[in-house]
Design a protein around this ligand. Structure first.
Ligand SMILES: *Cc1c(COP(=O)(O)O)cnc(C)c1O
Length: 395
């Protein structure tokens, strides 16, 4: 069957190896090797200079990682996919490829804590200016972009605020100024939606989350749709070589297995999250339930239009105050007190005191992270068991 006509999920299972395995292995072997021997000096030179497709050193290329990348490429239809050893490595490498002294990044004010710190602290030390923006305010966005803007950056669904940006509108504003739109799409798997259709130029994914599934390994993906001139060359011939944050073969092996079951897991976890959100809305001790799959959520229509009928596995609940959140966490019996998202197991965390633990109260309010919020990542357990645990933990 032609690779062109088969569906995304079939590609996730049946992407062929670049070379036939000597033993006909049906699971991609883990090539735990740093270097590769060449038949002669000419072939060696050709490989090093990119004239032939062959790995030479595993800091920049490895067959197990290439296989993982090729599956993501087949699923997304991207022109280039590069795997990194964490989501942060993928994000940092992308910014370092695009930015430079005197440039600015126009970024959503609702960002994953480490990404926020990367832009506002780490990159700031190298002369890159962070321009934090309310992505729901198109005029504000337009006013922040200038000739030195290297990209507009946001998260498809922000964590933990669960804000859904209007991608098409933001892409129009960015592209009118010749600026690429970079989106962290960790919260919505690329097996589910095709963000390039909405004008996204580069997707960044923490594959630690949905792709790995069982919290087996860290990983990050740069999914490049080929619309930013010179970007791929920077990543492939400069960043991978000079920064050295390529994915390891063992992680690629585990993430390849995770990718094969991603679609199935996502469907069950999303269904669980929706059922749970509806049940939680009826509990009096919960002040509010925030889930983009609930029809009364302000972002429901936009999420359905951009991401399809499933709302994902992340939701938040608000309790009376910080003490109520801590007591709730302490009483949980089944749900794990842990960070991470989209694990097979249900996880709960109080973002204000952990992921955003180094923020002052003023900074917390600027990024809309509340002391009353508990974030839940809904797993693959029986949904009634998850609900019972939450109910008993509320006291
Ligand atoms: C977890 C996460 C990251 C960072 O990914 P790591 O793999 O932990 O480095 C970045 N963005 C979002 C939205 C995340 O949830």
């Amino acid at each position: 069957m032609s690779q062109k006509t088969i569906k995304r999920q079939t590609k996730a299972i049946h992407t062929q190896f670049a070379r036939r395995d000597a033993y006909g292995a049906i699971s991609m072997p883990v090539y735990n090797t740093v270097a590769y021997q060449f038949d002669d000096a000419k072939t060696m030179s050709d490989a090093f200079c990119g004239r032939i497709e062959a790995p030479d050193y595993s800091r920049v290329e490895n067959p197990t990682v290439t296989y993982f990348e090729s599956k993501v490429k087949a699923i997304t239809g991207a022109t280039h996919v590069t795997a990194f050893n964490s989501g942060m490595a993928a994000i940092a490498s992308t910014f370092i490829a695009l930015a430079g002294n005197g440039k600015n990044i126009v970024a959503s004010k609702h960002l994953f804590g480490n990404t926020f710190n990367l832009i506002t602290r780490t990159l700031a030390r190298f002369g890159v200016e962070a321009r934090v923006c309310n992505m729901n305010d198109v005029e504000q966005l337009r006013s922040k972009i200038d000739d030195n803007t290297c990209c507009v950056f946001l998260e498809a669904v922000s964590n933990p605020q669960l804000e859904v940006a209007d991608l098409q509108q933001i892409a129009q504003v960015a592209h009118a100024c010749n600026v690429p739109l970079i989106v962290d799409s960790t919260a919505i798997p690329f097996t589910e939606t095709h963000l390039a259709d909405f004008g996204v130029d580069i997707e960044l994914v923490s594959s630690t989350k949905y792709v790995s599934g069982g919290a087996t390994s860290l990983g990050g993906l740069v999914i490049d749709y080929g619309t930013v001139p010179g970007f791929h060359e920077r990543i492939a011939y400069e960043i991978l070589f000079n920064l050295g944050s390529y994915m390891t073969p063992h992680a690629a092996y585990m993430q390849t297995l995770g990718l094969e079951t991603l679609d199935a897991r996502y469907r069950v976890q999303s269904a669980n999250a929706l059922k749970l959100a509806k049940k939680l809305q009826k509990l009096k001790s919960i002040k509010s339930v925030n889930y983009i799959g609930l029809p009364d959520n302000p972002y429901y229509e936009r999420a359905q239009r951009q991401f399809g009928p499933t709302g994902g596995a992340m939701l938040t609940i608000d309790l009376a105050d910080r003490d109520a959140c801590f007591s709730f966490l302490n009483r949980l019996q089944l749900i794990l007190r842990a960070t991470n998202l989209f694990d097979n197991k249900t996880l709960a965390i109080h973002p204000a005191s952990t992921i955003f633990g180094n923020f002052t109260n003023r900074q917390l309010s600027e990024v809309d992270v509340k002391q009353t919020t508990i974030r839940l990542s809904v797993g693959l357990e029986d949904v009634n068991d998850i609900f019972k645990d939450i109910k008993q933990a509320l006291g």
